[in-house]
Design a protein around this ligand. Structure first.
Ligand SMILES: NC(=O)c1ccc[n+]([C@@H]2O[C@H](COP(=O)([O-])OP(=O)(O)OC[C@H]3O[C@@H](n4cnc5c(N)ncnc54)[C@H](O)[C@@H]3O)[C@@H](O)[C@H]2O)c1
Length: 254
């Protein structure tokens, strides 16, 4: 059977859980050779042995770790065709007046700086190839504000800006760059946010949030994000670059 990604080399960050893992599973099932990156070593090893990928334990907020995961990918496979630049953290939810600068920096370092450093290192490989496709994980937080979530909101607006800039930089080399913007999803991060909003009744928060989702009235699944990401990484999306792709069951349609 031929797959959409036969023989392609795919690097996925945040690959041990959630969207990264679901996307890595789909890429592997359609023929890609995987380089899986995460800082959660044990979960990463489990994912890589299941998917037969190269595991690189790395913190995407560290410049040397980012350069190292890209170096390992090229040393193993000689090229990078697909990059899912996805690792991110939610940080602490609180009004700005109750946040420390450290709270801000912690989120910014992973979500904005980490995405920038990943783009920089991978584009250095893709430009001489004159090919490659990149998807960054933004969020609906890239297009709206939230009173108690400013570091995350700022970092995801940055991901959108980096996506547009990288798309223009990559275009002369035939490189496409997009970002996905998920709404509410049932992953560890989605459940942690519910627990931050109401530590006494996270299930109550999950139920209320579900009711607010116009289509289906539920949280989305990581597989549903993987469906969109792999479409954007595939040749079917050849004319799509520089854009944000909401996946939110009409939550932001109003
Ligand atoms: N879950 C949601 O509702 C939702 C909505 C919109 C956007 N997002 C974004 O989707 C992406 C993936 O989130 P998820 O829901 O799959 O969360 P998750 O917590 O299930 O998975 C995130 C993975 O990234 C890894 N990671 C975190 N920081 C890292 C670092 N510094 N270096 C290396 N690896 C690191 C974690 O170990 C984990 O395996 C994030 O960028 C997140 O902001 C999530």
């Amino acid at each position: 059977m031929t797959g959409r990604f036969d023989g392609k080399v795919a690097v996925v960050t945040g690959a041990a859980n959630g969207f990264g893992l679901a996307t890595a599973e789909r890429l592997a099932s359609e023929g890609a050779r995987l380089v899986l990156v995460d800082r959660a070593e044990e979960a990463l090893q489990a994912a890589s042995s299941k998917l037969n990928g190269l595991a690189v334990t790395a913190d995407v907020s560290s410049e040397s770790d980012v350069d190292e995961y890209v170096r390992r990918a090229v040393a193993e496979h000689g090229r990078i065709d697909l990059f899912f630049n996805n690792a991110g953290i939610e940080g602490r939810m609180a009004p700005m007046t109750e946040l420390s600068v450290d709270d801000f920096d912690r989120v910014w370092k992973v979500n904005a700086r980490g995405v920038f450093m990943g783009l920089r290192a991978v584009l250095k490989v893709m430009k001489p190839q004159r090919s490659g496709v990149i998807v960054n994980t933004a969020s609906m937080a890239a297009i709206k504000g939230a009173a108690t979530f400013s570091p995350y909101i700022a970092s995801k607006h940055a991901v959108l800006g980096l996506t547009k800039s990288a798309a223009l930089e990559g275009a002369p080399y035939g490189i496409r760059v997009n970002c996905v913007a998920p709404g509410h999803f049932d992953t560890r991060m989605g459940r942690d946010l519910a627990a931050q909003i109401n530590p006494d009744d996270p299930q109550g928060v999950l139920d209320e949030v579900s009711k607010s989702v116009p289509l289906h009235g539920r949280y989305g699944t990581a597989t549903e994000v993987a469906n969109l990401v792999t479409f954007l990484l595939s040749d079917e999306a050849e004319y799509i670059s520089g854009s944000l792709h909401l996946i939110d069951a009409a939550l932001n349609a109003g």
